[in-house]
Design a protein around this ligand. Structure first.
Ligand SMILES: C[S@@+](CC[C@H](N)C(=O)[O-])C[C@H]1O[C@@H](n2cnc3c(N)ncnc32)[C@H](O)[C@@H]1O
Length: 325
C-alpha cells in the first residue's frame, strides 16, 4: 500500500531547502540524520540545529507521517464511532502524528509537547498551517506529562519512546494513559528494538485502569511473537520518494522507500477485534500463504486454496490488514 504524503507540503519544504543558503549543510544533515536513525537505539537523537531539523522534514517526515497515517486508518476502522476532539502529541517533533491525525479525524485542539526548539520552529512554520484546528506548542519533555493539565481524547507517542531509557517506559505509558480519555497510540520503528518498546506498552495495558488493547493484535492475551528471537511484530508502508529526496539521501535509487513500523493502540473503549492480523507480505499463488496472528493467540501461516470461499478476500490482503473468517 502506498501512503501519500501531501504533495503541496512536500513541495513547500523542498523549495524552502533549495532556496536556503544552508542547502548543502541541510543535505549533509539529511545523511547524518538518516544514519543516526539506523545506528542509534535507545538514545536521544536530538536535533542540534535548524539544518538538522529541516533535514528531518525532508528525510524522515514523509515516512513517519505515512506510518502514522496507516495506523490511524486501522484505528478508525476498529473504532468507527471514535471522533477525537482533543489531541495530545508527545515528542511531537515537527507535528508529524498530529498532521496524520488531522487528516483522519476532525479534531479541534492539538497540544504538542516538544522539547527541541529547532523541531518546534520548523513544525510551527511548515506543518502547523496544514492542521485545521487550534494548535498549541508546549516546550515540555515526557517527564512533564503528568503536570500537563487536563486530558485528551487521543494521545500520540510517535517514534519517541525509543529515545528514552527502557526503565522509564512503564512510567511514561502510565503517565500518558492518565491523560488519555479515549485512545493512546504508540508507533515505533519496525525493528526488534522498536517492537520491544511497543511490546512494553502493550504489556503494561494489564496494569492500567480500564485499558483495552485494540490493535494491531486480534487478542489481548500474551503476544505470540514476544520472546521469539527471530520474529517481531512489524508492518510496512510504501512511501513515494521525490527526486529531491533521492538526491538528499545519497545512494537512493528507487522511487519509493518502505518504512517498517510497529504499533499498538490502547483504548478506553472495547473494539470488535478481527479474527486475524496479517503480519507479513502475503505469498500469492494457487494457494495463498498468509502469515497471521490469530484470535486464538497463535502466530501461524494460513494456506488458502483457490477453491476456498476465502480466496478472493485473501487475494486482496496486504501486510497489516485485518481478516475475518
Ligand atoms: C524521531 S523524533 C519523532 C518526532 C515525531 N513524533 C515523529 O513521529 O516524526 C523523536 C522526538 O522525540 C523528542 N524527544 C526525545 N526525548 C524526549 C523526551 N524525553 N521527552 C519528550 N520528547 C522527547 C525529540 O525531541 C523528537 O522530537
Amino acid at each position: 500500500m502506498v501512503q501519500q504524503f501531501p504533495h503541496a507540503l512536500r513541495s513547500r519544504i523542498e523549495e524552502a531547502v533549495q532556496a536556503s543558503t544552508s542547502r548543502d549543510q541541510i543535505s549533509r544533515s539529511a545523511v547524518d540524520v538518516s544514519e543516526r536513525y539506523r545506528r542509534v537505539q535507545g538514545g536521544s537523537l536530538q536535533m542540534k540545529n535548524l539544518s538538522e531539523a529541516m533535514a528531518y522534514l525532508v528525510a524522515r517526515l514523509p515516512a513517519t507521517f505515512s506510518a502514522n497515517a496507516r495506523v490511524m486508518e486501522e484505528v478508525a476502522r476498529l473504532l468507527p464511532d471514535f471522533s477525537p476532539k482533543t489531541i495530545l502529541d508527545v515528542g511531537a517533533g515537527p507535528a508529524t502524528a498530529s498532521l496524520a491525525a488531522s487528516m483522519e479525524w476532525e479534531a479541534e485542539q492539538f497540544t504538542l509537547l516538544e522539547p527541541n526548539k529547532f523541531l518546534r520552529e520548523v513544525g510551527h512554520d511548515f506543518i502547523t498551517p496544514e492542521i485545521s484546528g487550534n494548535v498549541s506548542w508546549v516546550e515540555k519533555d515526557l517527564s512533564g506529562v503528568s503536570s500537563f493539565e487536563g486530558g485528551a481524547d487521543l494521545v500520540l507517542a510517535s517514534y519517541v519512546l525509543n529515545e528514552v531509557a527502557p526503565k522509564s517506559w512503564g512510567k511514561v505509558i502510565a503517565d500518558l494513559w492518565s491523560k488519555c480519555r479515549g485512545v493512546l497510540i504508540v508507533v515505533e520503528t519496525g525493528t526488534p528494538f522498536g517492537f520491544s518498546v511497543v511490546h512494553a506498552a502493550r504489556a503494561s495495558a494489564s496494569t492500567l485502569d480500564g485499558c483495552y488493547v485494540i490493535g494491531p493484535c486480534p487478542q489481548t492475551g500474551a503476544c505470540p511473537l514476544a520472546g521469539d528471537e527471530n520474529r517481531w511484530c512489524h508492518f510496512s508502508v510504501r512511501v513515494e520518494r521525490s527526486k529531491f529526496h533521492k538526491q538528499m539521501k545519497e545512494g537512493a535509487q528507487l522511487g519509493y522507500e518502505d518504512e517498517k513500523f510497529s504499533w499498538v493502540a490502547l483504548s478506553r473503549f472495547p473494539a470488535t477485534l478481527p479474527d486475524y492480523r496479517v503480519i507479513g507480505h502475503p505469498s500469492l499463488g494457487k494457494v495463498i500463504q498468509l502469515q497471521v496472528c490469530g484470535a486464538d493467540g497463535m502466530a501461524k501461516t494460513l494456506e488458502i486454496a483457490k477453491s476456498s470461499p476465502h480466496y478472493k478476500q485473501a487475494k486482496k490482503c496486504s501486510w497489516g490488514d485485518s481478516l475475518d473468517d
